[in-house]
Design a protein around this ligand. Structure first.
Ligand code: IPM
Ligand code: MG
Length: 366
């Protein structure tokens, strides 16, 4: 198969982790006989520096003409004083919208080798395996009007949360479809005791559930869900929620399973899928060669699974990550007392494991 990808390394540790994610992709492609065609483009702070636009037209065109997009991270303190539309994050938000990527899938899995890396007790996190389904194009992130107005000292800021029925329904369907292939449980998270958006959300999700009689639907307020997520993370299967709640809960889920640096994500629903690790640009550790590349590497697995239906290849990467962790490799974010390895040592080990696992799969099917 020909894998035509646009690579957007972005800012901060995005560059370092993407370098290793691409090496893993190449290794999988070589092992399974696929061809990879890559074009690199700017986004975020890198694009602001190069072209004073966090999402240049050239980047959008490249993305729309490829089969999938792999993104590192956006964000840099250098642009903290810029107006909203000239911040690195604006590039990512526009890209999600241009792509129509309304469904953000964020799995959080506790690897057995990492049971003791969680700040929570090992027996609590053991077996955690959830899929957060975050609505990505609605809510406070995109609602109008939005502004900061008025004279200094008495300025007023406005953001708007909006959701219409079709937007809720289409994301609910994604969650129910995923649940059918998992443990058949959907937890819808909202704030229906306070927000109209959440009341409509709950009604539409409940209605949609009738078409999936095999799936057990429950509802929880977001404050309560945040608590249960640290008390009984294993209870969660598919978590369906709106944009902002999903942003917050997915970082929390990263903490629960040991590190945000492990989390991968897929943003799908439009013609071209966008794949990015959940961690940000982490400017405090950028350029030091200590970032965890596993989130980005696991993101490549999602890309192969959801954009190319290459399930065996995706599983090969996941198994390679698993065995790298089993062998004791830990980047600084995961090292609890043990001596950490660098980003590139971790990346190289995964490549080695991919080749080993890949060729044993090849031998079996030959
Ligand atoms: C994420 C990030 C982004 C978001 C930022 C960088 C705009 O935090 O993907 O979770 O808030 O969606
Ligand atoms: Mg976030």
């Amino acid at each position: 198969m020909l894998l035509r990808l646009t690579i957007l390394p972005g800012d901060g540790i995005g560059l370092e982790v993407i370098e290793h994610a691409v090496l893993v992709l190449q290794a999988v492609a070589d092992t399974f006989g696929h061809q990879v065609q890559l074009q690199y483009k700017n986004i975020g702070g890198a694009a602001l520096t190069a072209a004073n636009d966090p999402l240049p037209a050239e980047t959008i065109q490249a993305c729309l003409s490829s089969s999938a997009i792999l993104l590192g991270a956006v964000g840099s303190p250098a642009f903290d004083q810029n107006p909203g539309h000239l911040r690195p994050e604006a590039g990512l938000l526009r890209l999600r919208r241009e792509l129509g990527a309304y469904a953000n899938l964020r799995p959080a899995v506790c690897f057995s080798a990492l049971e003791d890396s969680s700040p929570l007790r090992g027996d609590l996190v053991r077996g955690t395996d959830m899929m957060i389904v975050r609505e990505l194009l609605g809510g406070l992130y995109f609602g109008e009007p939005r502004s900061i107005n008025g004279a200094n000292g008495s300025r007023v800021a406005v953001n708007t949360m909006t959701y219409d029925e079709p937007a809720i329904e289409r994301i609910a369907r994604v969650a129910f479809e995923l649940a059918m292939k998992r443990r058949k449980k959907v937890l819808s998270v909202d704030k229906a005791n306070v927000l109209e958006c959440s009341r409509l959300w709950r009604e539409v999700v409940t209605r949609c559930a009738k078409q999936y009689p095999g799936v057990q639907l429950s509802h929880m307020y977001v404050d309560s869900a945040a608590m249960v997520l640290v008390q009984r993370p294993r209870d969660f299967d598919v978590v369906l929620t709106e944009n902002m709640f999903g942003d917050i809960l997915s970082d929390q889920a990263g903490g629960v399973v040991g590190s945000l640096g492990l989390l991968a994500s897929a943003s799908v629903g439009g013609p071209v899928g966008l794949y990015e690790p959940v961690h940000g640009s982490a400017p405090d550790i950028a350029g030091k060669g200590i970032a965890n590349p596993l989130g980005a590497i696991l993101t490549v697995a999602m890309l192969l699974r959801y954009s190319f239906q290459l399930e065996t290849e995706a599983a090969c990467i996941e198994r390679a990550v698993n065995s790298t962790l089993d062998l004791g490799f830990r980047t600084a974010d995961l090292a609890r007392g043990t001596s950490p390895v660098s980003t590139s040592a971790m990346g190289r080990k995964v490549v080695e494991e991919v080749k080993k696992i890949g060729s044993s799969i090849g031998r079996k099917s030959a």
